[in-house]
Design a protein around this ligand. Sequence first.
Ligand code: GRF
Length: 209
Amino acid sequence: MKPSSSAKSLRLVVLVSGRGTNLGAIIDAAQKQIIQSKIKLVISNQPKALALERAKKAGIPYQIIPSQGRDQQKFFNDLKTAVAAQKPDLIILAGFMKILPRDFTQKFRYKIINIHPALLPSFPGLHAQKQALEAGVAVTGCTVHFVDEGCDTGSIILQKTERLQPGDTEETLSQRLLQKEHACLVEAIKLFEEEKVVLQGDQTLLRKS
Ligand code: GRF
């Protein structure tokens, strides 16, 4: 997938809490110039997140803002200040395990996106893959959506589907979904670069060209 000539380079801030394979996919896409955008800062609320190692290895600035055992209002204020200082075009939640408060989502309205391992609005929240297995659906998938103050409730931007297979476990399904998540997130960033994400009220539509 090559970038179109009209693709803009966006200032990205990526928020993480864990192993960071989605962050890895963005780093990879930037290095291969599949996307034009630059990750200006990676922020983790978990000091030991593996994602930080990925940022370090790629030479991307990172910051730890611990959330545990702290006043949560103070944590989110620090986070807001650090994010705002980067003047981001797009804030990407890539396995960031906190629900952002309203003042945060309002400040960066329609600039925050999240990747979720299910076809929202089905199976929001934790263990989305397990929820899909237990519901007995034939098809699940992943979703990139705008972030509001709810849990995985913001307007949907892009989705990819994945069929459940006989004998699937939470692990096997999660593994296959992860590949789709990486592709979906990179594709979503490209859509923003090409200014193809259009809002109509609270609904997100994609421009074809
Ligand atoms: C992914 O499944 C993502 O959809 C969910 O948390 C997981 C993070 O994985 N929000 P990683 O840290 O990007 O590997």
